[in-house]
Design a protein around this ligand. Structure first.
Ligand SMILES: [Zn+2]
Length: 159
């Protein structure tokens, strides 16, 4: 997975900039990452649940994620509300080695411009794994990594 920017590259720690409608970097890289994944890809096959723009070297506010029903790109995402209930689970990251235990809200209400919905503003809720993925990628856009949550866990086998 060396095609993704690796920690400790400083771009992973920078807060990303909002995407503006004239942002050519967005349209080109979005086309790249969607074609890289292709329509036949699925998290069960490639294990990829999300990629943030700064992980491919672009400090812009968008990420690709599995929304439970296919890949979408969330542009200028926001988390509007989150549940008090926290679930702790194992996470991995394309930019880091190892696995970390991370607590995430079990449910979130979010808004973003949706690539899949022809760039319409979308307001929706996610729970469980999809909420976890969204929070993980959202953290990337703010320069935060799963290693900030605690100690690396040695896990010999992916569950
Ligand atoms: Zn990550």
């Amino acid at each position: 997975m060396s095609k993704f920017i690796q920690f400790p590259d400083p771009i992973l720690r920078q807060k990303t900039e909002l995407v503006v409608s004239s942002d050519k970097r967005f349209t080109e890289s979005a086309a790249d990452i969607m074609s890289f994944l292709g329509e036949s890809f699925h998290p069960d096959k490639n294990g990829i649940l999300g990629i943030a723009a700064n992980q491919i070297g672009i400090s812009s506010s968008y990420f690709l994620f599995w929304d439970g029903d296919g890949y979408d790109i969330a542009i200028n995402p926001k988390i509007n509300k989150q549940s008090n209930e926290i679930e702790t689970d194992i996470e991995a990251c394309l930019s880091l080695d190892g696995y970390y235990l991370v607590g995430r809200p079990s449910k979130i209400e979010v808004s973003y411009i949706s690539y899949k919905s022809s760039y319409k503003q979308k307001v929706t809720s996610f729970e469980g794994l999809t909420a976890r993925v969204f929070c993980h990628e959202y953290d990337h856009l703010n320069g935060k990594l799963i290693s900030d949550y605690g100690d690396r866990k040695e896990i010999s086998r992916i569950l």
